[in-house]
Design a protein around this ligand. Sequence first.
Ligand SMILES: C[S@@+](CC[C@H](N)C(=O)[O-])C[C@H]1O[C@@H](n2cnc3c(N)ncnc32)[C@H](O)[C@@H]1O
Length: 315
Amino acid sequence: MEYQHQPVLLEEVLAVLQPQLGQRFIDATVGGAGYTAALATAVGPKGLVVGFDLDPLAIAAAQEKLSREKLTNVLLINDNFANLTTALAERQIDGQFNGIVLDLGLSSAQLADRQRGFSFNQEGPLDMAFGPDSPTSTVEIVNHWTESELAKIIRKYGEEPWAEPLAKAIVRRRGRHPFTTSQELVEIVKETLPQKYQARSRQHPATKLFQALRIATNQELDNLSAVLNQSISLLCPGGRLAAVSFHSLEDRIVKQFFLQESKDCFCPPEFPICQCGHHARLKIVYRHPLLASEAEIMANPRSRSAKLRAASKIE
Ligand SMILES: C[S@@+](CC[C@H](N)C(=O)[O-])C[C@H]1O[C@@H](n2cnc3c(N)ncnc32)[C@H](O)[C@@H]1O
């Protein structure tokens, strides 16, 4: 099956990163290699793009696309972006980068993959792991986590107000028959959420539960914090960090990180003198996140919820 993903906010990302001939970039989320290929073209044969993805299928498809496009200045690494620093050190890739980009979440190819269970619109095995070395599995979470652990992630990661009844229904149902497919979960959601609530929502009723399970399976929020923390020291002065997020939990982490790192001190206001000793390391590029244009949303509805934030390393 062809690996398909239409990059979101590509022009805006390139405008932020301003890639020039001979420069070095990290694309922490290769996916369909849309950003990777554009960056590799812009930096030319003397430049370098290092691309990370947890998904071996994404890496294999990217390799093919880059060979087809005769782009030989890309190094692809099948690893978690939370391991950015160690993965580069292991390969003796020293020095700093002119920019790092993160395009969070999953690709359209992963969503459409019938061997996995990312989509509530099609039947698939209950597997929402981006890669084979996921710390836990979706089946394990749904069939073995306690009711209160389930309620916690559904509320926290799915922001689902009906988290407790949903967790209870999942536990009751798995006692009779363990869950194996995505559509079994969709059925439980439709049976459990009040009809009025389902009718009022513009989203599919299972959106929030699926988001919660995907985030928990891949420990997405912890990975995001880890990569942000490592990124600054990998950037050269003036280098830029750009992040595209698709839901408020990710966006909040990026926004808070940029705010914190753009301040000289984050001691509580009642402290008469600074005790944290923190110095600003980033300068925020846009006060408000960039969103997709109407035209992009028409052409690629997935871009509707995308938010791009960017910051540059203080020189
Ligand atoms: C939205 S897609 C990226 C699309 C890409 N920008 C393009 O232009 O085609 C997100 C990708 O990030 C990968 N991913 C998600 N979390 C990751 C992590 N912690 N480490 C490495 N890759 C990750 C997913 O496997 C997926 O392929």
